[in-house]
Design a protein around this ligand. Structure first.
Ligand SMILES: Cc1cc2nc3c(=O)[nH]c(=O)nc-3n(C[C@H](O)[C@H](O)[C@H](O)COP(=O)(O)OP(=O)(O)OC[C@H]3O[C@@H](n4cnc5c(N)ncnc54)[C@H](O)[C@@H]3O)c2cc1C
Length: 393
């Protein structure tokens, strides 16, 4: 049987796959990517004359000193605080408008109820469920319903709450740095066959033989059986995969002709039984972004609901175009970001655990920063270190 030989195959060119490739030193590697472009859940699209909108990740979260992107952002650009970001204006479905909600103070209230040594339970046990902002906030953070979200999983992650945006698009900003990594796009990995010291990766194009494989696909993809493992993954690994959910979140971009002064800010709009977050005119970009999160909120026609939300806040200007993300339907992602089942926060460690010659990276594998770009980035570095140790043996 003909096959191509390399030291390491990396499955997926999201930020975790790219950082793994970057960290492999002199070893040869092949990065295989099913989609037509690199970046996975990091994707900026040009919506108007050089203006980019991030379909997926868009906030650079500050997780403290170790955040390489945040530090670079700071060093490259003078500090720029987000305008009017401290308040959300809240529009009820009955047409009334409530007092503005202080965003970060409210989020602090939620996090102050969580402790890393707490006994696990549902987030809905910790927040008043009639407080629509809390519910919206948990759904946005996790893509899940608060009754299904592990409070301990949230407590273990260490977000400080300082978020920044790159006006030219987060993906644009980051992926540029990886343009030297060679990636084979439009190639789908279908099976991985492994023995003690060798692994064979079969794609829809070729067969590869390597000494190690780094698997960076989302847990949604691992659950979908898109990739067959021979022999089957160990029970503990399968258990971990089945005890992490893929939360669901989608973004809608409405490109506008004219942005009036009053709309410059953040809105929460209640429509039917949904709460939609609208971020209007971020960094003077000529669009409005809507965020839909939680499985029950992304089944309807998101563009129509966004336009209704704009009507509700009194926006009457003409609209140039609308873009809608479809992460939950994308067979190579199948959701937005991971959330551990209640009482199963350890599943993240078990998912990360190497099973040489198989190594695992990706946002779901990093308990302190899951669901983020920099968490995924760190997971790639961690997996590459494990591979380097293994290759020494
Ligand atoms: C709507 C949304 C908003 C977000 N907002 C933020 C934010 O503001 N800030 C933040 O830090 N994070 C955010 N995130 C999360 C962040 O985007 C992810 O955590 C991160 O990008 C995940 O990177 P990854 O490398 O782990 O996975 P991915 O980016 O999913 O990469 C895995 C890659 O594997 C490929 N693949 C899958 N199956 C196969 C196969 N069989 N063969 C070959 N290739 C395959 C996929 O195509 C994909 O490119 C957001 C995500 C979404 C969806």
């Amino acid at each position: 049987m003909k096959y191509k030989k390399t030291d390491v195959v990396i499955v997926g060119s999201g930020i975790s796959g790219l950082s793994a490739a970057r960290s492999l030193g002199e070893h040869s590697y092949i990065v295989i990517e099913a989609q037509s472009q690199i970046g996975g859940r990091l994707r900026s699209i040009e919506v108007k004359n050089g203006t980019h909108w991030d379909e997926g990740a868009h906030w650079i979260h500050d997780f403290g000193d170790h955040h390489v992107f945040f530090d670079r952002w700071r060093s490259q650009q003078k500090k720029r605080t987000r305008k009017k970001d401290r308040y959300y204006q809240f529009f009820r479905k009955n047409g009334t408008q409530e007092d503005p909600i202080p965003l970060w103070e409210e989020i602090d209230v939620i996090y102050s109820r969580l402790h890393p040594d707490m006994t696990d339970s549902a987030m809905s046990d910790h927040i008043p469920m009639d407080h629509l902002f809390f519910t919206h906030s948990i759904q946005t953070n996790t893509g899940c319903m608060p009754k299904n979200v592990s409070a301990l999983d949230l407590a273990l992650s260490s977000e400080t709450g300082v978020n920044l945006v790159r006006p030219e698009g987060y993906a644009q900003f980051l992926l540029h740095d990886f343009s030297d990594i060679s990636v084979q796009c439009n190639e789908i990995v279908q099976s991985i066959t492994y023995a003690d010291d060798r692994v064979w990766v079969q794609s829809d194009r070729d067969l590869y033989c390597a000494r190690a494989v780094v698997i960076t696909v989302s847990v949604g993809v691992l659950q979908s059986d898109l990739i067959q493992f021979h022999p089957k993954l160990p029970t503990q690994k399968q258990y971990a995969i089945n005890h992490i959910m893929m939360g669901k979140a989608e973004r809608v971009c409405v490109v506008c002709d004219v942005i009036e002064d009053w709309i410059d800010g953040y809105f929460l709009v209640e429509i039917d039984d949904m709460i939609i977050g609208l971020e209007c005119f971020p960094y003077e970009q000529p669009f409005i972004s809507a965020y839909f999160a939680g499985p029950q909120n992304i089944t309807k026609k998101l563009s129509d609901i966004t336009l209704r939300a704009l009507q509700q806040i009194g926006y009457r200007q003409s609209i140039q175009s609308v873009y809608v993300s479809t992460w939950h339907k994308n067979p190579f992602v199948l959701g937005s970001y991971s959330a551990a089942h209640i009482n199963h926060t350890k599943a993240r460690e078990d998912l990360a655990q190497a099973h040489p010659p198989l190594f695992f990276a990706g946002e779901a594998t990093i308990p302190q920063a899951y669901g983020t770009v920099h968490g995924a980035y760190q997971s790639g570095i961690r997996a590459a270190k494990e591979v380097l140790e293994w290759l020494k043996l």
